[in-house]
Design a protein around this ligand. Structure first.
Ligand SMILES: *[C@@H]1O[C@H](CO)[C@@H](O)[C@H](O)[C@H]1NC(C)=O
Ligand SMILES: *[C@@H]1O[C@H](CO)[C@@H](O)[C@H](O)[C@H]1NC(C)=O
Ligand SMILES: *[C@@H]1O[C@H](CO)[C@@H](O)[C@H](O)[C@H]1NC(C)=O
Ligand SMILES: *[C@@H]1O[C@H](CO)[C@@H](O)[C@H](O)[C@H]1NC(C)=O
Ligand SMILES: *[C@@H]1O[C@H](CO)[C@@H](O)[C@H](O)[C@H]1NC(C)=O
Ligand SMILES: *[C@@H]1O[C@H](CO)[C@@H](O)[C@H](O)[C@H]1NC(C)=O
Length: 364
């Protein structure tokens, strides 16, 4: 109960501060407080500095074909206009191949045979070819044919040349920020949204065992109980725990099931995916519960039941929200623009001689 009261108090005082700020705020101060914030956050995680004169030339990123054939507008200076990333020219006209610093190929269309690599074109000196995918290795298909072709990888993996996670936590600025309340109007102990239910998935076994111990409310196409995108987060907010369980259990594969569904929905995530250490590297302590932390699923179920009854202890699973905010990545343009932030840190010369082995690496 104490934890709950404290949080409400913080909310009140930060609301007061905000009010005060909006009275005192003259225009330059407002601009300083609001607009450049995002940019600073980006700079904070990317050591690349724009002051260096030699890096002020424009970097051209050529997207050879759009992921899933869904083209987005690249009009204007897209990377600057949308993400405040300077000197980054994002294009999709193949005629610009000769001037491209990086040419990006999305794996899905290659797998489906809808697209082919332009192996007959001669690559300008210094041009890099990038292999891009957000999918788990099981969908990679045959990558043997791509030995000695690519210079870069762009994936959710932390050891990719460019890491494009499904989401991440960014530090919150302390001043004028509303501390989020722990959602308290809970109706269900454990919830899960699942469309693609397969008995061979490890998560299906965990679900069955858990459901045998504690009630698990299931939504999604599997149970003919789908949620609209508007209903998703409000529904999850009424659950103490959310099963953020991945369909592929593989290195660094942590999807929007954690970042959006659980973290933004306001339920404590029960995660199943890569090992515990992998989650610890991307999310703060006491922000999630890993299935592997328990000797059995039954033990996990008991823990969840006890935790839901102990409000103070339960609320501790939300204290990370004082310091961190969730950032989701959903726009391919943002992912592609991020290449420019790290361009100067790429190795001078690199070739993936065995992309198959790299992409299917199981260890963490
Ligand atoms: C910019 O960086 C390059 C190496 O990337 C370095 O050789 C050069 O001296 C730097 N220029 C300035 C002005 O710091
Ligand atoms: C870089 O791109 C910007 C925006 O398209 C353009 O205004 C500028 O002239 C370009 N700079 C160079 C050196 O090409
Ligand atoms: C390369 O091959 C493609 C077909 O795969 C063809 O359309 C294109 O004209 C060829 N380009 C050159 C420069 O040979
Ligand atoms: C709590 O949730 C129920 C739905 O289960 C809703 O009808 C009610 O208005 C909510 N109460 C508050 C205070 O949000
Ligand atoms: C989950 O548990 C409930 C209550 O014990 C049961 O009615 C239901 O059939 C179970 N669901 C599955 C898919 O096993
Ligand atoms: C990129 O890969 C190609 C083909 O293996 C290689 O010839 C080229 O030197 C590499 N370029 C860079 C910048 O690493």
């Amino acid at each position: 109960m104490m934890g709950c009261v404290n949080i409400k108090r913080t909310v009140l005082s930060s609301r007061k501060k905000r009010l005060l700020l909006s009275f005192l705020c003259v225009l330059p101060l407002c601009l300083f407080n609001g607009w450049p914030r995002r940019f600073q956050a980006l700079k904070a995680i990317n050591p690349f500095t724009f002051r260096n004169g030699s890096s002020s030339r424009n970097i051209t990123i050529l997207l050879w074909h759009w992921p899933f054939r869904r083209a987005l507008s690249l009009r204007g200076d897209v990377c600057w206009d949308l993400y405040r990333i300077p000197h980054c020219r994002l294009v999709d006209q193949r005629s610009l191949f000769p001037s491209a610093d990086v040419v990006v190929f999305h794996n899905r269309e290659l797998v489906l045979g809808q697209q082919k690599l332009p192996l007959n074109l001669s690559r300008p000196q210094g041009q890099r070819w990038a292999w891009m995918s957000l999918e788990a290795p099981v969908h990679n298909d045959n990558l043997w044919q791509y030995a000695n072709i690519f210079n870069m990888t762009i994936t959710y993996r932390r050891d990719a040349d460019i890491t494009i996670p499904y989401g991440e936590l960014l530090p919150k600025e302390t001043e004028g920020h509303l501390v989020e309340e722990v959602p308290l109007n809970k109706s269900f102990l454990v919830c899960w949204v699942v469309s693609n239910y397969r008995t061979h998935h490890r998560r299906s076994k965990v679900y069955k065992e858990l459901n045998a111990t504690v009630p698990v409310k299931v939504y999604g196409r599997w149970t003919n109980n789908p949620l609209s995108s508007q209903a998703l987060l409000p529904t999850i907010s009424r659950c103490y725990f959310y099963l953020a369980v991945e369909n592929s259990v593989t290195k660094d594969y942590v999807t929007e099931k954690l970042w959006r569904n659980a973290f933004q929905g306001g339920a404590v995530p029960v995660v199943l995916g890569p090992p515990l250490d992998n989650y610890k590297a991307v999310a703060p302590p006491n922000s999630f519960i890993h299935v592997d932390e328990f000797a059995s699923v039954k033990e996990l179920g008991k823990y969840l039941q006890e935790l839901a009854r102990d409000k103070e202890h339960y609320n501790e699973y939300f204290t990370w929200k004082h310091q961190w905010k969730v950032k989701l990545y959903t726009d391919w343009r943002e992912r592609l623009c991020k290449i420019c932030l790290q361009y100067n840190n790429l190795p001078q010369e690199k070739v993936y001689s065995n992309l198959e082995a790299w992409a299917n690496a199981k260890s963490t």
